[in-house]
Write a new protein. Structure first.
Length: 352
C-alpha cells in the first residue's frame, strides 16, 4: 500500500529519532511543525471556495474604502493620481453648522401655503381659497325650512353616545379615515360655484349661518370639503416651505403636521369640517378668535352641532395648533356636552 507524504514524513522522523537521545529531542518540535503544515494544507484544500469568497469580499471592501476615504494617499495629497491640495484650499474653513431650534420657527398657516392660480378640482369642488359667504349659501338654499333661533340644548341624562355614530368618527394623526368610511357629498350651488360638504350637515349649517346673520355676524366658509389629492398637495407645499428655511425633512414634517393635517387624517376629507371666517376678517390666524365672528362661533356653534375642533391650550391632546376658525360637526347633543365641559373630541371619544 502506497504511503502518503505525511506518513512518509513521520516514518523518517521516527527512524531518525531512534539513533540517540539528542535526535529524539529534535524530532518533537519538527514533528509538531510538520503536522501543523500538513493539516493546514488539508484544510485549505477542503475549503478553497469558501476562502476565495472571503478573499474577494476583503478585496472589494479595500477597494471601496480607498474611494470613500483617502487612506492610500500621501501626506501632500499626490498619491494614486490625486492632485496636491492647493494652499488656497488648505486655508478654507468650513462654516460652523447652526443648530435650528424648532420652537423659534413660526408655524405656517393654510394661507401661507396657498398660491394664486390654484386650479383645485375646478370641475367639481372649486378653489379652497374661494370664500363662500353666508348670504350666498342661504340664498342658494332658499325654500329650505329653517328653524328659529335655538335655545340651549338640554341633553337627556340617559342619552348614550357610540363610537359607531358617523357624527363622532375620530379623525386625527393616530386615527386615519377608515377604509370603509362612506358618505354622500352634498352641494350648495352658489354664484361662485358649488360648495361641498357631507349632505347630512347642510341643514344645521344653514341654521347656524342664518342665526349668525340675524345677530349681525357675516360668516363665510373658505375651506369646505377637500379631497385626498388636494390635501397631499397642501401638506407637500408646507413641507417644502419649511425645508427652504433650512429644516430637514423630518423637522419640516414635524412642524407641518401641527398646522396642516397629514393627508388621510383630515376631517375636511370626510366633509364634516369647515374653516369659517367673517367677511371682515378672512385670515386664518389666531386673531380670528378675538373677532366678533370668532367669539360668536365659540359661544353658539354647539347649538347647531359644531364644535371648535382645536381649542387653545389643548394642543398636547389634539396635536394641532389653536385654530379658532376650524369647526367640526358632531351633532347637537355631543357638541353641547363637549362645549359645556370644555373638552376635545379626543377626550370625549375616550370616554365612550
Amino acid at each position: 500500500m502506497k504511503l502518503t507524504l505525511e506518513e512518509r514524513f513521520r516514518k523518517r522522523l521516527f527512524k531518525f529519532g531512534k539513533k540517540n537521545r539528542i535526535c529524539r529531542l529534535l524530532v518533537i518540535p519538527v514533528m509538531a511543525a510538520g503536522m501543523f503544515l500538513f493539516h493546514g494544507a488539508a484544510y485549505l484544500k477542503g475549503n478553497a471556495k469558501r476562502l476565495a469568497m472571503l478573499a474577494m469580499t476583503f478585496l472589494l471592501f479595500a477597494v471601496y474604502s480607498s474611494f470613500s476615504f483617502p487612506i492610500f494617499t500621501t501626506g501632500d495629497g499626490s498619491g494614486y493620481g490625486l492632485n496636491p491640495v492647493s494652499e488656497e484650499a488648505q486655508d478654507i474653513v468650513l462654516a460652523q453648522e447652526t443648530e435650528i431650534d424648532l420652537n423659534d420657527i413660526e408655524l405656517l398657516d393654510d394661507e401661507d401655503v396657498r398660491m394664486e392660480g390654484d386650479e383645485y378640482m375646478e370641475s367639481l369642488h372649486g378653489d379652497i381659497g374661494e370664500l363662500y359667504s353666508a348670504s350666498e349659501i342661504l340664498e342658494a338654499a332658499q325654500g329650505r325650512d329653517t328653524q328659529d333661533e335655538r335655545q340651549k340644548t338640554q341633553v337627556p341624562a340617559d342619552i348614550e353616545f357610540s363610537k359607531e355614530d358617523w357624527r363622532l368618527v375620530l379623525i386625527n394623526k393616530q386615527h386615519s379615515i377608515p377604509e370603509d368610511y362612506e358618505f354622500s357629498l352634498g352641494v350648495i350651488n352658489t354664484m361662485k360655484g358649488p360648495m361641498y360638504c357631507d349632505e347630512r350637515i347642510i341643514d344645521d349649517l344653514g341654521d347656524m349661518l342664518q342665526a349668525a346673520k340675524e345677530d349681525g355676524i357675516s360668516l363665510g366658509i373658505c375651506s369646505p370639503y377637500r379631497d385626498q389629492s388636494y390635501q397631499e398637495m397642501l401638506f407637500a407645499r408646507k413641507i417644502k416651505l419649511y425645508m427652504n428655511r433650512g429644516l430637514s425633512y423630518m423637522e419640516a414634517y414635524q412642524l407641518g403636521s401641527q398646522a396642516v393635517t397629514v393627508p388621510g387624517a383630515s376631517e375636511h376629507q370626510i366633509g364634516l369640517a369647515l374653516d369659517i371666517v367673517t367677511l371682515s376678517h378672512q385670515s386664518l390666524d389666531e386673531a380670528f378668535g378675538e373677532t366678533p365672528g370668532g367669539v360668536w362661533l365659540a359661544e353658539n356653534s354647539y347649538k347647531y352641532g359644531f364644535i371648535l375642533r382645536y381649542p387653545e391650550g389643548k394642543e398636547y391632546i389634539t396635536g394641532i395648533e389653536y385654530e379658532p376658525w376650524h369647526f367640526r360637526y358632531v351633532g347637537v347633543e355631543a357638541a353641547t356636552v363637549i362645549t359645556e365641559r370644555g373638552i376635545t373630541l379626543e377626550e370625549f371619544w375616550e370616554e365612550l
